[in-house]
Ligand binder design. Structure first.
Ligand SMILES: C[S@@+](CC[C@H](N)C(=O)[O-])C[C@H]1O[C@@H](n2cnc3c(N)ncnc32)[C@H](O)[C@@H]1O
Length: 254
């Protein structure tokens, strides 16, 4: 992979720095001559903050794309399960740094691909980063990156032959009913078009019981809906599985 390509990491660095700084705030005073009781209290508190710091570092390593670890395999799964021949237009909803959109363009050289995201605060992604990644990957002429929200896609009904999305709906703040986001995504898909959508679908609070969710999607006049749990498809260490245990993939044909 080219060194200039930057697909980021789902563990934001700021979160890692935050845990590190809090850990140090409690640890550093113990290096000074203070009472042993206070030292012990500070060590205990520092130890509590060391745990999330270490866990986030661990996840950061496993999600790192430079060694094609878990993030890459998760993107790969979305595209593998998309029952599409690459003819026509595809849309990646919440494209982030453009990884899925770019991978679609690389695998389907005849396709035209759109990547949309709101590129708001909280993530270190930008439209410029997407465009540069597409350029470095040699697919810039196949892709359009555009600002827009998954809650209200800036496209007409039935514009796309394929839609994908990865790990986005649970992040969308302006739609509380996450099923509405799936419905909005499927709105822009043609009849007979294909979809592959990955998110925390096993989280009952967000999506309800999976069987009900699938029943509801079928009731929106969707011909074929399949569901798999991400952690069953990709080999990963137990601690990473714990973090991703609610992730699932909905794929099929409208
Ligand atoms: C965990 S990242 C995933 C990015 C990318 N899909 C990937 O797999 O690397 C979540 C993404 O959701 C995007 N996002 C959050 N709310 C959004 C919204 N309302 N509309 C579009 N994108 C949104 C964020 O900007 C961020 O890029």
């Amino acid at each position: 992979m080219n060194k200039s390509i930057n697909y980021g990491n789902w563990v934001p660095r700021n979160m890692i720095y935050f845990f590190l700084v809090v850990f140090l705030i409690f640890l550093i005073p113990t290096l000074f001559p203070i009472s042993l009781v206070i030292k012990i209290i500070l060590w205990v508190i520092a130890g509590i903050w060391l745990f999330p710091f270490t866990y986030m570092m661990y996840l950061y390593y496993y999600f790192s794309v430079n060694n094609k670890e878990i993030q890459y395999k998760i993107w790969d799964l979305v595209i593998q399960k998309l029952p599409w021949n690459g003819e026509g237009k595809a849309l990646d909803i919440g494209t982030g740094a453009g990884a899925l959109a770019i991978e679609l363009a690389k695998r389907f050289p005849e396709a035209n691909v759109w990547g949309i995201d709101y590129w708001g605060k909280g993530w270190n992604y930008s439209i410029q980063q997407c465009e540069e990644n597409a350029k470095y990957e040699g697919v810039a002429n196949q892709i359009v990156f555009q600002k827009g929200s998954a809650s209200n896609l800036p496209f007409k009904d039935a514009e796309f032959d394929a839609i994908v999305s990865n790990f986005v709906y649970h992040e969308v703040r302006d739609t509380r009913d996450k099923r509405k986001l799936i419905n909005e995504s499927l709105r822009v898909l043609k009849k007979g078009g294909t979809f592959s959508l990955q998110d925390t679908f096993k989280n009952k609070r967000r999506y309800g019981i999976t069987e009900d969710l699938i029943r509801q999607i079928k009731a929106w006049d969707i011909q074929q809906v399949n569901f798999i749990e991400t952690v069953d498809e990709i080999p990963m260490p137990k601690l990473v599985k714990t973090e991703l245990k609610t992730m699932g993939l909905l794929y099929g044909i409208k």
